[in-house]
Design a protein around this ligand. Structure first.
Ligand code: BGC
Length: 463
């Protein structure tokens, strides 16, 4: 490797391989933000949003329920059959949200959702519903998992706050999600009642609690990042005293932390690459922590670092390949391929690079450099995601309170499909908590958190 590459790696490693000393201020900063969010009303860019979910399933619940799960890319509408013993069966209709839908009129977007719900009830899962339900004579209950911030005022009411993930819908922010959905159902003649709104993190926690009732954290690590955990109602002082007193003493409520929007530059170790990414983003200064680590951004961070190597003449012979110079032109999925590619001549990685045009063909050394950059970016992502877990363990005092395993339900493509992510997260947790405690932290995959969680909350909150 050239001296220029060596020097650059030294510099970048010192910024991206976070040591215990570098993790400490982030965890402290997160815990301070938890405390602040617990007392600050959920307006504007809200954090620590009460879900009004105070019950967790015990795994024995049964029945068929409807759920809808909207994430950054896909809409999933499902009929979820809870079979008891923590077992579920899900029938879903899945649709991709196009950029046109994501950036257009709210009413068109909600009509599209209503059409998908109708397709599920009248076609795909027709056999699971009664004649009255299909012909809209009887109301069907729906749990809506909304992977965006909502200021919840009750389990089934909530004002849509600013959406990330490329959504800029007209006439949606500031409106009640239940009203928007019911209006669309009415336009389609559907008799569907939204009786639970939940963030995907709350859905993940609840869905995982169905199979493991000891779950204490729900983490999403996908296009975005966020987490939920139970907090004693008496500590959630942003709720009125009257509201808090209406729950029996000792009740815990799931909180959507919206940890994605945590973090100012006073404690996040933002690098120059994070700052460039943020400056070029259509929502600058929003979700700074999320932009440092989640699936939507890892590829772009890798590309920005690679550009510095190219400029120093240490990569691709010093020429920016055509197609690589534009922002967002190196998707995170490419990184997975590079890190996973064990072929002798790195054929898979070469194939990815064939999407760009080179002055001189890329060499094995180029691929080794690019792969090492991917590893650095992904290792920092893992450490930063673990920091959220560590902060929630400390906030709940789980590390002192119990000798049992600490169960974290994790959902999301970045966690599930990015190579070595789980090992890297464990390594960061070990760095922070030491071997003994970190061995008790179980990161368990909570698949279909949104759909199953939505159905479970719809069931738990039925009137
Ligand atoms: C959203 C959260 C969501 C998270 C994970 C973030 O961008 O603001 O509401 O939970 O992504 O999907």
């Amino acid at each position: 490797m050239s001296a220029a590459a060596d020097a650059l790696f030294k510099d970048i490693e010192s910024q991206f391989l976070l040591t215990r000393d570098q993790l400490a201020p982030i965890i402290k900063g997160f815990i301070e933000e938890f405390k602040h969010g617990l007392k600050t009303p959920s307006k504007g860019l809200a954090t620590m949003i009460p879900s009004f979910v105070t019950k967790l399933p015990n795994g024995n619940e049964t029945g068929t329920f409807l759920s809808m799960d909207l994430g950054g890319t896909n809409l999933r509408v499902s009929a979820v059959q809870l079979q008891g013993d923590g077992r579920v069966d899900v029938l879903e209709v899945k649709r991709a949200a196009t950029t046109e839908l994501k950036t257009g009129k709210g009413s068109v977007f909600f009509d599209w959702i209503a059409d998908t719900v109708e397709e599920l009830i009248t076609k795909k899962a027709r056999h699971l519903f009664s004649e009255e339900e299909v012909s809209a004579k009887k109301t069907l209950n729906l749990g809506v998992c909304w992977s965006f911030p909502v200021d919840q005022t009750a389990v089934d009411r909530g004002t849509v706050l600013r959406m990330g993930k490329g959504f800029t819908l007209e006439d949606v922010e500031g409106h009640d999600l239940a009203d928007l959905m019911h209006a669309a159902f009415e336009r389609k003649g559907l008799n569907v009642k939204l009786n639970a709104i939940l963030n995907d993190t709350v859905g993940t926690l609840v869905a995982h609690a169905y199979s493991n009732p000891r779950t204490r954290i729900g983490l999403i690590f996908a296009t975005g990042i966020n987490a939920a955990y139970p907090e004693p109602v008496e500590s959630i002082t942003k709720l009125s005293k009257e509201k808090r007193d209406s729950y029996p003493a000792g009740t815990e409520m799931l909180l959507n932390t919206e940890i994605d929007i945590f973090g100012g530059d006073w404690y996040l170790p933002l690098t120059k690459y994070d700052k460039i990414l943020d400056d070029n983003h259509n929502q600058p200064k929003f979700q700074l922590y999320e932009k440092m680590l989640s699936g939507a951004y890892m590829g772009e961070l890798t590309r920005l670092i690679a550009l510095d190597f190219i400029k120093a003449g240490a990569l691709f012979g010093g020429h920016i390949p055509e197609g690589f110079g534009e922002a967002w032109s190196f998707p995170t999925a490419n990184m997975s391929m590079f890190e996973r590619d064990t072929t002798v001549n790195r054929e898979k990685s070469m194939e990815i690079l064939s999407n760009y045009q080179f002055v001189n063909s890329p060499t094995l050394e180029d691929i080794a450099i690019l792969t090492r950059i991917c590893r650095l970016v992904a290792t920092r992502s893992a450490a930063l995601a673990s920091v959220a877990i560590a902060a929630m363990i400390e906030q709940q005092n789980l590390h002192n309170k119990t000798n049992n395993d600490i169960i974290v339900g994790v959902n999301g493509s970045t966690y599930e499909f990015y190579p070595f992510m789980e090992e890297r997260m464990h390594r960061a947790l070990r760095e922070w908590f030491g071997v003994e405690l970190s061995d008790r932290i179980r990161l368990e995959i909570a698949r279909e958190g949104g759909s199953v969680g939505g159905a479970l909350i719809a069931m738990l909150c039925r009137d």
